[in-house]
Write a protein of this length. Sequence first.
Length: 160
Amino acid sequence: MITAMITLRSLLLSPAALLALAATAFASDIMVMDAKAPASLTPSAKTAAIYMVLMNHGMETDVLQGVSTPAADHASAHRTIDDNGVMKMREIEKLELNPHDTVTFAPGGNHIMLMGLKAPLKAGDTLPLVMTFAKAGEVKIDVQVVDKVDGSAAEHEHSE
Ligand SMILES: [Cu+2]
């Protein structure tokens, strides 16, 4: 009886929880959670950033080798570094995920950078993203476009 009640309760997910589930992709051992992109600030925006949490649930190290989306000409993983007080971005050529590693892409650190955006990102939209891993292969996710991601504005004022 108690078990039945717990099961029932766990089925009653809030809309927010359902959204979180929808944004979570399971593909082999790589799990992508909470993939989100802040909406473009101007209609002429050509760059955008995507944030997420990556986990490797496997027993072997995997490597993120590339990212792509039909929404932009170019996508790559970037890392923001503090070079004597000047924030600079570097492309992460190979992002290693060791077994049980969690890597967070968040403002001020790692992000997926889109360049040559084909249309400005609007809150409520979803953006398909393909992440290619050495072992897991192609991991396809839907990125939620949100109003804003705390701390992301300053980082993407650069124009590349
Ligand atoms: Cu960047």
